[in-house]
Write a protein that binds this ligand. Sequence first.
Ligand code: ATP
Ligand code: MG
Length: 395
Amino acid sequence: MKMNKLIIIKYGELTTKKGNIKFFIKTLKKNIEVALTDLDFKIEYDNGRMFISSETLDEVRDRLKYVFGIHEIVEGYEYDSIEIEDIKENLKSLVTDKEIGSFKVRTKRSFKAYPLTSMEISKILGGVVLKNAASSKVDVHDPETLIDVEIRSNKSYIYFESTPGLHGYPVGVQGKGMLMLSGGIDSPVAGFLSMKRGVRIEGIYFESPPHTSEAAKDKVKSLTRLLANYSGYIRLHVINFTEIQEAIYKNIPHEYLITIMRRMMYRISERIAHKNNAKIIINGESIGQVASQTLTSMAVINEVVRMPVIRPVACLDKLEIIDISKKIGTYETSILPFEDCCTIFVPDHPVINPELEKCLEYEKMIDFESLIKDAIRNEEVLTIEKDEKKFEDLL
Ligand code: ATP
Ligand code: MG
């Protein structure tokens, strides 16, 4: 009899979205193909799960841990017989002399004409485990080992171990968002969390050479590469912000520097988003974290755009954000000590409650429109592919 070791992917949350299920699953399949692109593998799927077979299953499993839209990654065995005697033999060879501990056998038959009921099969197979495993006892309520058996038309499956997936929706099912990506801790986390909701992100980074260094830009590229682990690749738009920032610095009262600077960033982000078919702006603002993130500041800054601005970490504490950044692997890079363009022009006393009228008045002092157009015309676009580096401890 043929035995095939494989990975079964459970979708979880996806299956609750009835109308879109086909599109979701197709997108998930495409994302998995991207994640496994240089490996030999075969995918089969239906509305309930996906089956992946490969000669390099361990590597497949490790990569699947980075794919959103997967609830559980289960390792199992596929057999081309559904005879109960064969299933008993197969289970016996898997459990013989193994420490199973307390266990439960759970059987599912999608082949309803099968001569035994699920309950009857579970009972028979439970007997096989009790007889052959090194130590085992039945516990139907809180088993240490759950043994799943499945019978489908002409094949049977046995699986034990499972690894939790990243959950969420497959990247891309919700269209695109433009992530304002600085070199800090917060914005990569914001990017991760929005990808988790199925948003494909592109990054936009404002640099101000020579006030900001090439190293600061490299840091943002590294962070983009780390985030690309979760989506295969990410496009990064690098905007030269020097002229705008210098114009602000020269012409505008210093307590409003940051407010006006951020209004400029928002304006440019919205235009770059439109140009690239992104529907939202995403950033790492967190309520109250700094002067530009008071509610009044956020409102006055937000006023320049019509596109929704999503702030995934708005309501998290810094420590909670740090915790996520450690788990997703961006923390160590985020804390490298390179200045970003905001820190260079930081005034001693930034306004905490900026007034919109003042912003409008100050902005008349500079021909921002042509500066913005220049900045956009000179954007640099990079496509950054995923890193091969792996992280142990994921969300
Ligand atoms: P982070 O840790 O992400 O740098 P922060 O706490 O330092 O955030 P700010 O510097 O006020 O906060 O920036 C708030 C948000 O604005 C950032 O999370 C990011 O989304 C965006 N942002 C700030 N600076 C830049 C930049 N140079 N390029 C692109 N986006 C930026
Ligand atoms: Mg920052």
